[in-house]
Design a protein around this ligand. Structure first.
Ligand code: PBG
Length: 341
């Protein structure tokens, strides 16, 4: 074919390396594998109970027997880490969240049962008071409606010890109180749990993308006098990024083993920033609202679920996350296995 153009032809042509899947595969920079994923699980009391979560299509609150069955299935597909969230019976929720310190509570009992059935599973527990609080907050609240920092840390530290005692491999403080990592590390070490790791929710934003999660646990802040309407006095302002570096510095100094950014996709710049600020592993939480958006659009035929979910998770990994918590972990692992055939 004769050349009809009269501008200089490019000698560098990046498209050469995009010509075939064999070439694209060879030069692919990010590879997401199921072993980097954590599947969050909502646990409810009872036996044989499965309650679908409306705003999170494909995910349900499960009793521990069914949770174990699902974890086992996930492990067959290469996902071996699970973040547990208990849906506490409303009658057990109090303003001081005292059920959090009951060694026989739903979460502690579930950790024991899961570790008994699946000793190889990595069990991650959430350290915050919201599932147990009748006010729907992560911390204790004063009479005048202030979320109390140091008093809350003392409770969180005791909670972490109970979780470690039950067999949790990793405790994950998601409360955003100042100094909680140091409080938890000191308490764990003091109780002899020097091997229990801390995955700190370092840069956790006051995000509206947590809506479906709060539906799943019925844990949204309640509308009552002297109860803050939102979590903005402890979770970070979505407009801030330098502040994330300060949180990272503090968590690392206090002894965190891994740092987390949350949510995921809207905060890729924060993931990249923390990746550059520390050598600790970085985790990102692809949260309930991010999952729900793709699911809802896919249901209407507006998006391709498999491709969009995979693209979102790969983008989070590309930004610098080593570990990703996602409700799509099992779906992704199944797609990944199919892609090998
Ligand atoms: C509670 C907690 C929340 C999530 C994880 N731990 C909700 C909140 O802070 O209100 C959100 C996870 C999600 O949306 O998937 N401390």
């Amino acid at each position: 074919m004769s050349q009809s153009v009269n501008w200089p032809l490019p000698s560098r042509r990046p498209r050469r390396l995009r010509r075939t899947e064999a070439i694209r595969g060879m030069v692919r920079e990010t590879r997401l594998t199921p072993d980097r994923l954590v599947l969050p699980q909502f646990i409810v009391a009872g036996d044989g109970v499965s309650e679908p979560i409306d705003a999170m299509q494909g995910r349900s609150r499960l009793s521990v027997d069914l949770t174990i069955a699902e974890c086992e299935r996930a492990m067959e597909f290469g996902v071996s880490a699970f973040a547990l969230f208990p849906a506490i019976d409303p009658s057990l929720k109090t303003s001081d969240a005292r059920e959090a310190l009951n060694p026989e509570n739903l979460l502690c009992a579930s950790v024991r049962a899961i570790k008994r059935a699946l000793p190889e599973a990595c069990v991650i527990t959430d350290i915050a008071l919201d599932p147990y609080s009748s006010m729907g907050h992560d911390g204790l609240i004063s009479d005048s409606g202030v979320v109390l920092n140091d008093e809350t840390c003392a409770v969180l530290a005791r909670m972490a010890v109970l979780h470690a005692e039950a067999g949790a491999d990793i405790v994950a403080p998601s409360d955003m109180m100042d100094g909680r990592v140091a409080a938890i590390r000191t308490a764990l070490d003091g109780a002899g749990y020097t091997g229990a790791a801390i995955l700190s929710y370092t840069a956790k934003y006051a995000s509206a993308f947590y809506g479906p999660f709060r539906e799943a646990l019925d844990s949204a802040p309640v509308d009552a006098p002297n109860v803050p309407k939102d979590k903005k006095t402890y979770q970070m302002d979505p407009a801030n990024s330098r502040e994330a570096s300060i949180e990272a510095m503090l968590d690392q100094a206090e002894g965190a083993d891994m740092l987390m950014v949350k949510p995921g996709l809207p905060y890729l710049d924060i993931i990249a920033r923390l990746r550059g600020a520390t050598d600790l592993p970085i985790a990102a939480y692809h949260v309930s609202g991010e999952y729900a958006m793709v699911k809802a659009a896919a249901q209407r035929g507006w998006l391709d679920e498999r491709q969009c979910m995979s693209e979102a998770l790969t983008a989070i990994a590309r930004a610098g996350a080593d570990v990703i918590l996602t409700y799509a972990a099992l779906d992704f692992a199944q797609w990944w296995r199919e892609s090998l055939r």
